[in-house]
Design a protein. Structure first.
Length: 233
């Protein structure tokens, strides 16, 4: 093992944390590299395009890249428009953090708008862009949202590092974005209970949401809320 790795791991594990409370979404400049941390109360949203591996195996690389870029570009524009701060890209997935008043409802509005864009904009555009576009235009996606306290730290080495969010909310949101079926949007009870009426009911006595008991990673069942709702921007 490289001596520098041994010493750096020992230093990291022995160092006392310097954690402060945050009132806005942190940037790398807000969190010191050496065991600095920012504690935030935030809502995390992950938007994840489904089937990109299958697309890459069946379509030209350039075609797959255009579809992925269309999704990521669209989702990013919507997330920023709704007040989210984008903090991570991972292949065909984007993560945004919402803070402040109405943070849960802002995240859900963004999710509904992304779903609208997939149905009403991206799918028709893909079908029209290629002569055989109708064969692969029916793309799917998943959006996971959770809310709660998270610790934001910096991971990596000097000049090559990024922010890492630690806590249930970012972990659950990422996991829930993997649920990609006829209900592409999945939120936790904490998110649902904080929503404003306009994003829970689309007409009198009719909910945007379906309650779905699901088994979590600990083996226990919990009530998640799922939706196929969409709103035009």
């Amino acid at each position: 093992m490289y001596p520098s790795i041994e010493s750096s791991v020992t230093e990291i594990l022995r160092e006392t944390w310097n954690i402060t409370n945050g009132t806005k979404v942190p940037t790398t400049d807000d969190v010191v590299m050496k065991n600095g941390g920012r504690l935030i109360d935030a809502t995390y949203l992950y938007a994840d395009l489904a089937g990109s591996t299958a697309m890459a195996n069946s379509l030209k690389k350039e075609t797959t890249a255009k579809i992925i870029r269309s999704y990521i570009n669209t989702a990013s524009r919507i997330l920023k428009h709704q007040g989210g701060e984008i903090r991570s890209f991972d292949g065909d997935r984007v993560m945004a953090i919402f803070m402040g008043d109405d943070k849960e409802s802002k995240a859900v509005r963004a999710a509904f708008a992304i779903n609208w864009a997939v149905i009403k904009v991206i799918r028709p555009a893909v079908e029209a862009a290629w002569s055989d576009g109708k064969d692969f235009c029916d793309i799917n996606h998943g959006i996971g949202i959770d809310t709660g306290e998270a610790l934001v730290v910096r991971g990596g080495v000097r000049n090559d590092n990024d922010l890492i969010s630690i806590g249930r909310a970012p972990n659950r949101a990422a996991k829930l974005s993997e649920k990609r079926d006829s209900y592409p949007i999945t939120i936790t009870p904490d998110v649902f209970e904080a929503l404003s009426p306009e994003v829970t009911m689309w007409k009198e006595d009719s909910s945007f949401w379906t309650r779905a008991p699901m088994q979590n990673d600990d083996g226990f069942f919990e009530d998640l809320y799922r939706s196929s709702g969409w709103w035009e921007l």
